[in-house]
Write a protein that binds this ligand. Structure first.
Ligand code: FES
Length: 157
């Protein structure tokens, strides 16, 4: 068992910031062409010293355990980061204490990075909320069958 797997297992045992954020300013979704997994991230901004910074971040993932562990770490370390600084974070930066991703898992980090960049680039008010598909709908549209669905706390209305 590698150190990475140990740390990922710990992060998975108690993932942080899971669930849709009702008052988010922005939302971003990314899908992996490698495995078909998808991840959505919500951001709430605030202002600090005249700069737009991330106040809170949350995520939902229909994907692998590594993507969930990375998203958990990433949503923690995004707090207080300016939008410019957040844009510069690489998948390895986003893994935080998990450490560098093993080669087979790099795309899992890229999935989190993709959702973050999507959220940073698309203000929520520009979206048609009523017609935006849910994450589950996006997935079933994209790919039928053979997908691993991870139940998320707080996602049951
Ligand atoms: Fe697809 Fe990890 S295996 S995101």
């Amino acid at each position: 068992m590698s150190d990475f797997e140990d740390r990922a297992r710990e992060a998975m045992a108690n993932p942080q910031n899971v669930g849709e954020m009702d008052d988010a300013d922005s939302v971003g979704t990314a899908g992996s062409s490698d495995c078909g997994d998808m991840l959505r991230m919500w951001l709430k901004f605030t202002e600090k010293d005249g700069k737009k910074v991330i106040d809170r971040a949350s995520f939902q993932s229909f994907g692998c355990q590594t993507a969930i562990a990375v998203a958990s770490m990433a949503t923690e370390l995004l707090k207080g980061k300016s939008v410019e600084d957040a844009r510069k974070l690489s998948p390895d930066d986003l893994t935080g204490d998990l450490g560098p991703l093993p080669p087979m898992k790099i795309h899992c980090g890229q999935l989190v990075e993709g959702a973050l960049h999507n959220a940073l680039g698309e203000p929520r008010e520009q979206k048609e909320e009523a017609t935006a598909p849910s994450l589950a709908q996006s997935i079933s549209n994209q790919r039928q069958g053979n997908i691993k669905i991870v139940p998320l706390d707080g996602d049951q209305a």
